[in-house]
Design a protein around this ligand. Structure first.
Ligand code: AMP
Length: 279
């Protein structure tokens, strides 16, 4: 696996005569890789000829400086996981490689960044689009791979691609879970054994909501889920919403083409998100 730390060196490599005709797949990550990330690399390997994974803990998308400081950065372990997954290229830039001082960025994301994650983490999706645009601009991928785990992020990036008319395809990859159902996340390593156990209620409630989807109306489904989450041990619920999956508008009927339930909750100090497609 080739490792690059600068945009110029990565561009040179991707533009060299051997590589420039290959289709390029990009998997952007913040590292602390787990099997969810590796599944994206595997899907990218199947769909493109040259897979680039980026690891960059992007400061502009963090709203809490403590969260940024505490974000795990196990570089050596990440490199060996990517080598085992036959990733072709790792791009691991420094903050100063990606940002000038006081750089400004704003993209109109209509209402996508004022709800759910966007409401709780103001500015988060501006930071996400800012870095993902830079990565797209450097790698110029044919396809970019993102997880359904961050469903709202996928819609935000889709909006950016449409607004800026970017020439690439976005691929949404399924959520990979632990055997016990907890959605894999780099933050899970901070959960104590007890907190891990408590957090299983998130996936359980999502699954039960899907099981009951045909038997109950949206208002009742939502009320039942929220009651279960609010009475669960060690769970500090931030939101449970049932939304139109095309635009994340909250819904009260089942007329939308595609419907999704989304959860965010704090378990101890750790913030977890999860979701499930209902229709
Ligand atoms: P992150 O490193 O958390 O920024 O995630 C990098 C990419 O991996 C994003 O596209 C995430 O949606 C995706 N991802 C994170 N966790 C999972 C998971 N459990 N299953 C599938 N994809 C995931």
């Amino acid at each position: 696996m080739k490792i690059f730390h600068t945009r110029a060196a990565l561009s040179d490599y991707l533009n060299n005569s051997q590589n420039k005709h290959l289709s390029v797949g990009l998997v952007p990550t913040m590292g602390a890789l787990h099997n969810g990330h590796i599944s994206l690399i595997e899907i990218a390997r199947n769909e493109t000829n040259l897979v680039v994974c980026s690891i960059f803990v992007n400061p502009t998308q963090f709203t809490d400086p403590k969260d940024l400081d505490n974000y795990p950065r196990p570089v050596e372990a990440d490199i060996s996981k990517l080598e085992n997954a036959n990733c072709d290229v790792l791009f691991m830039p420094s903050v100063s490689e990606m940002y000038q001082n006081n750089e400004k960025w704003h993209l109109d994301l209509s209402n996508l960044d004022d709800r759910l994650e966007g409401k709780i983490r103001p500015g988060h999706y501006q930071g996400v689009t800012q870095i993902v645009f830079k990565l797209f601009d450097t790698v110029k991928p044919d396809k970019a791979f993102f997880g359904q785990k961050d469903f709202q992020q996928f819609l935000v990036i889709k909006t950016m691609v449409q607004t800026l008319n970017l020439d690439l395809e976005l691929v949404m990859c399924p959520i990979i879970r632990e055997d016990d159902g907890l959605a894999m996340s780099s933050r899970n390593i901070h959960l104590s054994v007890k907190e891990h156990k408590n957090s299983l209620i998130l996936n359980k409630v999502l699954k039960e909501t899907r099981e009951d989807f045909n038997k109950s109306d949206i208002v009742k489904l939502k009320e039942t889920a929220i009651n279960k989450l609010k009475s669960a041990e060690g769970i500090d619920l931030e939101y449970f919403e049932i939304c139109d999956a095309d635009n994340l508008n909250p819904i009260s009927d089942k007329n939308s083409n595609s419907i999704i339930a989304l959860i965010a909750a704090k378990v101890g100090q750790i913030r977890l998100i999860d979701n499930i497609i209902l229709k």
